[in-house]
Design a protein around this ligand. Structure first.
Ligand code: ADP
Ligand code: MG
Length: 230
């Protein structure tokens, strides 16, 4: 199944007098359960693309369908509801809530989105802790964890609702190289286990090899450079 479909996708930011074109006439599509990376130097438009796919920002032109929904027409409120239901995010700086434990951070989307019973939540959180190998750190605070451990928690949180689509914007930028590899491979393992589609962005060519499909960005132009367009 085609999970994402973009045609002639455009994004221009208008800030005062000058317009900045971040994405130019991008065509791409992504199948469900794929493991995809957008690769490009800083300023090439990676975050812009991920933000449009995740309904954090709206395209200026062209088509963009995500999970069979035309997201170009969603207003802020409907975009947020769509995102909460279907999409998990993983960030460069982890974005864990500092006053909540590891367990509570992973539980958070289940409280906000799913309105499950405490027992059902506990079961899911424990399952996610196990999946990312963090069971013995469940009652620590984020400040007590290493960068790699924080990103494991962020992956577990993004997947807690069994989101179909996980977007990770430079998830390894704040990690050393060996840890970055482990995190990318963990994401791939989670794709295999949960069948979610993972899309990450990176400017680090060293971790590109883990991606099955690569779209390379250069000055807002998107080109398929590894794998096949579905
Ligand atoms: P990357 O994530 O690859 O570093 P971005 O998507 O953040 O690239 O940025 C692409 C281009 O769009 C850059 O020229 C950047 O300055 C510009 N840009 C990004 N966000 C905004 C914004 N909110 N307002 C104006 N320009 C922006
Ligand atoms: Mg970026």
């Amino acid at each position: 199944m085609k999970l994402i479909f973009a045609k002639n996708l455009e994004k221009t930011y208008s800030t005062g007098e000058i317009d900045v074109t971040a994405i130019t006439s991008a065509d791409f599509s992504i199948d469900s359960s794929s493991f995809v990376s957008f690769v490009g130097p800083s300023g090439s438009g990676k975050s812009t693309l991920l933000n449009m796919i995740g309904c954090l920002d709206r395209p200026s032109g062209g088509k963009l369908r995500v999970l069979d929904t035309d997201v170009t027409t969603l207003d802020r409120k409907r975009g947020a509801a769509f995102r909460a239901k279907h999409i998990g995010f993983i960030f460069q700086d982890f974005n864990l809530i500092p006053v909540l434990t590891v367990f509570e951070n992973i539980e958070y989307p289940l409280i906000m989105v799913q309105k499950w019973s405490a027992e059902k939540r506990r079961k899911r959180v424990n399952e996610m802790l196990e999946a990312v190998d963090m069971t013995d750190q469940a009652y620590k605070l984020p400040s007590e964890l290493s960068g790699g451990q924080k990103q494991r928690v962020a992956i577990a949180r993004a997947l807690a609702t069994h989101a179909k689509l996980i977007l990770a914007d430079e998830p390894t930028a704040n990690l050393d190289h060996a840890t970055a590899y482990r995190i990318i491979n963990l994401m791939k393992q989670m794709r295999d286990e949960f069948g979610s589609t993972f899309i990450f962005s990176t400017h680090d060519p060293k971790i590109m090899e883990a991606a099955e499909i690569i779209y390379t960005l250069e000055d807002g132009v998107v080109n398929l450079t590894k794998g096949e367009n579905p």
